[in-house]
Design a protein around this ligand. Structure first.
Ligand SMILES: Cc1ncc(COP(=O)(O)O)c(C=O)c1O
Length: 399
């Protein structure tokens, strides 16, 4: 018995690997600051927890409709109308076991061997692997710091072929925090209008975490002509600090939603019934606290961006959203550590930070654009300041 060929086409998630490494070090008593994990440090709101407890008391502990209860689908439809000006019937809505599962279902339900999926780089680590698992080919388009880590219309035009099935558009982005403005989305939309065979996977997971008054928009809203072939993807993980509850969802064409449900009916079945009740409460409940949380993240972003930009050889763009920064450090490549090791790659650099500065970040290579690293600043100001000081000291020691 051997692992399957499909399994051989994917890698374990590098970001989850860093998180377990940090836990291991902490258990061994090492004073390590983990900036690798992609989850808010805030707690799930109390009103959401209460709704889950009530759901248990009410006996909502059985199988539900495969791709979500009608109550949750209605809450999601109301959310899409309220936040995004998008109208979806409940037959156009799917609920899955986290946003990652939404991605998996959409890609595995539609991608055949040889199909291409355009993935702007740097990208969230799961996009290429899920495409490869399905037998498709990720087509990477590099969008570096010189272009604000955002795909340009002419790059999109050049990447589209007759085999293109999907464009993956993630805004605000994991790992860079870059977010597309209305005008930028419209410009990409004009290209997509010329290529009606290309579908759009709009990953809006970080919608509510935007800064400096940035106005979040999603492509189906900005380009109504693309509505029919856009899957608008979102979830409770990041906005409501519900990463452990595992609820992701999407709105899109009814046939696609049905195809995803068919796959889900033979894999996970319904997402946890209690988590679904909690998600409905989150979406139907007060939303005002989201702004306060985003404001806290903005202060942390400013702290981290300014401290990292004090480092010679490192440039840290100021992102529009999410809770990540993606500094590039070509100026540090080729330098030598105090123990005589050469920093040849960003993997070497984050290895040096972990060993020497006891700070865990994720190498840019994991996200398809080097030399850089992703830092998650979803942790306290105090820890962030300490971490950045440690990084500054470690960088100053390079020769
Ligand atoms: C861009 C993006 N999309 C989707 C997800 C999936 O989130 P989850 O599966 O935890 O709901 C994540 C999580 O890291 C993400 O960063």
């Amino acid at each position: 018995m051997h692992p399957s060929a499909a399994l051989g086409r994917i890698n374990p998630s590098p970001t989850l690997a860093i998180t377990s490494r940090v836990l291991e070090l902490k258990r061994a008593g090492v004073d390590v600051i983990g900036l690798g994990a992609g989850e808010p440090d805030f707690d799930t709101p109390d009103f959401v927890k209460e709704a889950a407890i009530q759901a248990i008391r009410d006996g909502k502990t059985k199988y539900t409709n495969v791709d979500g209860t009608i109550e949750l689908k209605e809450a999601i439809a109301a959310k899409f109308a309220r936040d995004n000006g998008l109208t979806y019937e409940t037959s156009q809505i799917t609920v899955n076991v986290g946003g990652k599962h939404t991605l998996f279902n959409a890609i595995v339900a539609t991608v055949d061997a040889g199909d291409e999926v355009i993935v702007p780089a740097p990208y969230w680590v799961s996009y290429p692997d899920v495409v490869q698992f399905a037998g498709g080919t990720p087509v990477f388009v590099e969008a570096g710091p010189d272009q604000g880590y955002k795909l340009r219309p002419e790059q999109l035009e050049a990447a589209i072929t007759p085999k293109t099935k999907w464009l993956i558009l993630n805004s605000p982005s994991n790992p860079t925090g870059a977010a597309y403005s209305v005008a930028e989305l419209k410009a990409l939309g004009e290209v997509l209008e010329r290529h009606p065979h290309v579908w759009i996977f709009a990953d809006d997971m970080y919608e509510h975490i935007v800064y400096d008054g940035f106005e979040f928009a999603t492509i189906a809203q900005v380009c109504p002509s693309l509505y029919e072939r856009t899957l608008t993807v979102n979830g409770c993980s990041k906005a409501y600090a519900m990463t452990g509850w595992r609820i992701g969802y999407a709105g899109g064409a009814a046939w696609l939603i049905k195809a995803m449900a068919k796959l889900q009916s033979q894999s996970t079945s319904n997402p946890c019934s209690i988590a679904q009740a909690a998600a409905a409460a989150a979406l139907n409940g007060p939303q005002d606290f989201l702004k306060g949380r985003a404001a806290a993240f903005q202060g942390r972003r400013d702290l981290v961006v300014s401290m990292l930009n004090q480092i010679n050889g490192m440039t840290c763009p100021r992102p529009e959203g999410a809770f990540y920064v993606y500094p590039e450090f070509s100026g540090l490549i080729g330098k030598t550590t105090p123990t005589g090791k050469t920093i040849a790659t960003d993997e070497d650099f984050v290895g040096y930070l972990l060993d020497d500065a006891k700070v865990a970040a994720v190498q840019g290579a994991a996200f398809g654009l080097s030399p850089a690293m992703r830092i998650s600043y979803a942790t306290s100001d105090d820890l962030l300041r300490q971490a950045c000081e440690r990084i500054q000291t470690a960088c100053a020691a390079l020769r």
